[in-house]
Design a protein around this ligand. Structure first.
Ligand SMILES: [Zn+2]
Length: 288
């Protein structure tokens, strides 16, 4: 099973954290525009060359994730000169491919679609905040960034855990406000913002994700201690020493990044939002 690579705070560089703060500012901008709050910045040779955020609601287009918005923009400002660029951007001479020496900072792990697109264009490196257990393409669900089975483009490095709590809290605030504005908010109208952040690697769902039965079981545990113990019983806790980690965290941040999801996904997301008790909060925030 793939896992995202979690970097503990004491090993995160000041430079990476500085750019992630810029990405968080973009996520806040998305929040203010009633978009799922995910933001990104692309940094090439020490310079921010693009900033982007989700525009899925505005454009009614489920592919308009922050990362793809930025890819389009970067290609517009660094138009490729080689005819072979479209089919093999990663095989260009040095300096030809703007992505080859660019690091992406994004507040939530890229989804499978974006993770694959980033590999196609030959991104050098990805640094993300929260993992994305439902849709993550940098190790949480699929490891499209370095899966050796994908032979048409070289792998790229992907590291997570940067301002993870801030990224999760933005998502929680978004879903809380969304619930409050729902036509039939039911008991959720009285919910308050949950501020406890589970350690990375402690899944609220358990290792295989999201069996409804398991999710209900976990949600049914009322005290944080009991919940934590229950989670540990289901899922090994990552000690931060190796590759596990960010992967599981978006159990805390799960659900419904995209408006354009299938009806079934939407129903499932709605169910998670509507039926959950205390722990239901944990399931409402993943980026896709
Ligand atoms: Zn995406």
């Amino acid at each position: 099973m793939p896992e995202a690579t979690y970097v503990p705070p004491e090993q995160q560089s000041a430079e990476d954290l500085r750019y992630m703060r810029e990405a968080l500012a973009m996520a806040q901008e998305a929040f203010d525009a009633a978009e799922i709050p995910v933001g990104s910045v692309f940094v090439r040779n020490g310079e921010i060359i693009a900033k982007a955020r989700n525009r899925t609601n505005e454009l009614m287009n489920a592919t308009r994730h922050a990362e793809l918005e930025a890819i389009d923009y970067i290609l517009s400002i660094f138009p490729p000169s080689s005819d072979s660029f479209a089919v093999s951007p990663h095989a260009q001479a040095a300096g030809e491919n703007p992505f080859a020496d660019t690091t992406l900072y994004v507040t939530v792990e890229p989804c499978i679609m974006c993770g694959s697109a980033l590999r196609q264009v030959g991104i050098k490196r990805v640094v993300f905040g929260a993992g994305n257990e439902r849709f993550g393409g940098n190790g949480s669900v699929l490891a499209v960034h370095n899966d050796p089975a994908l032979i048409n483009a070289p792998p790229y490095e992907a590291l997570g855990g940067y301002y993870r709590a801030e990224a999760i809290m933005l998502l929680r605030r978004f879903y809380l406000s969304e619930n409050a504005n729902a036509p039939n908010p039911k008991s959720k109208a009285h919910r308050t913002l949950k501020t406890e952040i589970q350690p990375p690697g402690v899944s609220m769902h358990g290792p295989a994700g999201p069996s409804k039965k398991l999710a209900r079981t976990l949600r049914g545990t009322s005290s944080p201690a009991a919940s934590s113990a229950s989670s540990r019983a289901q899922t090994p806790v990552n000690d931060g020493s190796g590759g596990a980690g960010a992967a599981k965290e978006v159990a805390e941040v799960s659900d419904g990044q995209r408006r354009g999801r299938s009806t079934e996904e939407e129903a499932s997301a709605r169910e998670a939002r509507n039926e959950g008790g205390k722990e239901g909060e944990e399931q409402e925030a993943s980026q896709a």
